[in-house]
Write a protein that binds this ligand. Structure first.
Ligand code: F6P
Length: 556
């Protein structure tokens, strides 16, 4: 799918909207998709659940509650073939420079491959072994006094570890506290610093480029605080209390950091939790569990690389995303993890999906004529039910929901008395019942007649029952996908994240875009740098009236 201009190789496959499959999907949507009703589809096909669900490593997926039929699925698979998704995938695994605008390979999969099974294996495993040995030392109370680990990083240098550490809390070292500071807003770090003792704190300065304004500002403040609190011994102690994870080792050294774990330009920021950027995860979990996380992701990599398209879960989810976005016109997707440990998953997925596929030109720089990344958002269940689910059920927009449920609890891994564990496990059944009930309600809906025939004790007695019934009707036919994990353990989480990575790859490949650059973040950075001196000088020459007016108010 590399559409590189001027390349002399075989003709690149067309982007999605220029294929025969796309045109056929459009016709099929007009004839059947637009009026597709999930309730009718289940009534007509007793096997629908079996036929539209799939087992992949560590993840079972039920796609049956989507507005998808056999013809649409067959055409979507044809679309994947016509757009060369498989060849593009193989090029990624082989280390071809598929990130064309930056001339880079995309090899996060090499970070979780067993030794000798992927490009750059020697460097990858040498760094991994060194990082894990360091992590095991830091987390060992017999060898280290560290009690607080503060990761200073933003975007891909923050969101992965910040998501994974609480997700795997049951596997984390008791007594060790992990903190994540990202925002350039000093309130975040200031509050944290008041709780720390410098002798017992390790700062991890995480930045692929080691040039990011937010991270350098926070790292500089942390260093100032450390030196101030440590007094005379501060400079010598700095090397034991600051470590960097970066591809820019010389910049970290210039900052005064001696211990650095490196990675490579072929690891994208939002794909980097498997690299040295995963150091906080490794410190929290230890090397054995960190390797299990990698192994889970690798199992999903093999599935993505080897399963036929029609049984390939990341491919199917990516194609479903295209169907929902470009044909049904659904502009957002809500992610509802029914596990408190996955509370930061939606934020992580926002960067993964929206920074990867939020593009308006294809890989050749030609404008797209269709929509790309949807808005991805969400909160853990059941909290979302008591906030925005109202809109999902009765709002005017149809928003596909992605439920993520975990069958087993991890309460047994915690130091909880058996009686309390029994009650906690009962709570888990309530959680799962809520999860299933929501997807059921979204699909079933409630007709006017059903609403009229059922009691509503809290409804006004002064309004006509028909009026109340209209308020209590649910349109239904609202699509959802449910992903099930057996348990939220390191391997399961690794597989789940890799599943999302490859799904984003698939829709990006169909759209013909480069999912691995992020030029859209650059303009704001440049304008911020240009504005900074104006806060000092007050110079507003050349600024638009709004920016100049706001600047003046902020400087008052
Ligand atoms: O926001 C843009 C971005 O470049 C992300 O892609 C990246 O994850 C983040 O900034 C942090 O970059 P770095 O790791 O280089 O500090």
């Amino acid at each position: 799918m590399i559409h590189a201009a001027g390349s002399s190789g075989p003709a690149a496959p067309p982007r999605g909207d220029r294929t025969a499959a796309w045109a056929a999907l459009q016709s099929h949507f007009e004839a059947h998709g637009r009026r597709f009703d999930l309730r009718d589809a289940f009534a007509a096909d007793a096997q629908r659940f079996e036929r539209f669900s799939l087992e992949a490593p560590h993840v079972f997926a039920d796609l049956s509650k989507n507005r998808l039929d056999d013809t649409a699925l067959a055409l979507l698979l044809q679309l994947a073939r016509e757009t060369g998704v498989e060849a593009h995938r193989d090029a990624m695994f082989a280390g071809a420079p598929i990130n064309a605008t930056e001339g880079r390979a995309v090899l996060h999969t090499a970070l979780r491959a067993p030794r000798g099974k992927a490009p750059f294996s020697d460097e990858v495993h040498e760094t991994l072994d060194a990082m894990l040995a360091y992590a095991d030392e830091v987390r060992d109370p017999a060898r280290s006094a560290i009690r607080d680990v503060v990761n200073i990083g933003i975007g891909g240098s923050d969101l992965g570890p910040q998501m994974a550490v609480p997700a795997l809390a049951a596997y984390c070292q008791p007594g060790l506290r992990l903190h994540f500071v990202a925002n350039v807003d000093g309130h975040d770090l200031a509050r944290l610093l008041t709780t720390l003792e410098p002798e017992r704190t390790l700062f991890v300065v995480a930045s692929k480029t080691f040039t990011t304004q937010e991270t350098l500002a926070n790292a500089q403040t942390a260093k100032t605080w450390f030196l101030e609190r440590m007094g005379e011994s501060g400079v010598a102690a700095l090397r034991r209390h600051f470590v960097a994870t970066t591809t820019n080792v010389s910049a970290a050294a210039a900052f005064g950091i001696e211990t650095t774990f490196g990675f490579w330009d072929w690891v994208g920021g939002r794909y980097s939790l498997w690299s040295a950027i995963g150091l906080p995860i490794a410190i929290a979990l230890g090397s054995v569990h960190f390797r299990a996380l990698l192994a889970g992701a690798h199992a999903m990599d093999r599935h993505f690389a080897e399963a036929p398209l029609h049984r390939n879960l990341p491919v199917l989810l990516g194609l479903l995303d295209v169907w929902n976005r470009n044909f049904h016109g659904f502009s957002s997707r809500s992610v509802a993890p029914y596990h408190q440990g996955l509370a930061r998953l939606p934020a992580y997925l926002q960067q993964l999906e929206m920074e990867s596929n939020g593009k308006c030109v294809d890989i050749d720089g030609e404008p797209l004529v269709h929509a790309s990344s949807p808005v991805v958002w969400g909160e853990p269940g059941t909290n979302g039910q008591h906030a925005y689910f109202q809109m999902l059920h009765q709002g005017t927009d149809v928003i596909p929901v992605e439920f993520i449920a975990v069958r087993e609890t991890s309460h047994a891994l915690l130091d909880v008395p058996p009686t309390v564990r029994a009650v906690l496990d009962a709570q888990h059944v309530k959680l799962l019942a809520n999860c299933l009930a929501q997807s059921q309600a979204l699909m079933q809906g409630q007709s006017f007649e059903q609403a009229l025939g059922s009691k509503a004790p809290t409804a006004s007695q002064t309004l006509a029952p028909e009026v109340i019934a209209r308020h209590r009707s649910f349109p239904g036919n609202r699509p959802s996908t449910t992903l099930l994990l057996e348990r939220l353990d390191p391997a399961g989480l690794g597989a789940l994240i890799a599943l999302y990575e490859h799904r984003v790859f698939t829709s990006g490949a169909v759209w013909g875009i480069n999912s691995f650059d992020q030029w859209g973040v650059e303009l704001g950075k440049a304008l911020c740098n240009a504005l900074l001196p104006r806060f000092e000088s007050g110079d507003d020459a050349g600024l638009d009236a709004s920016t100049a007016g706001l600047l003046a108010r902020l400087r008052r």
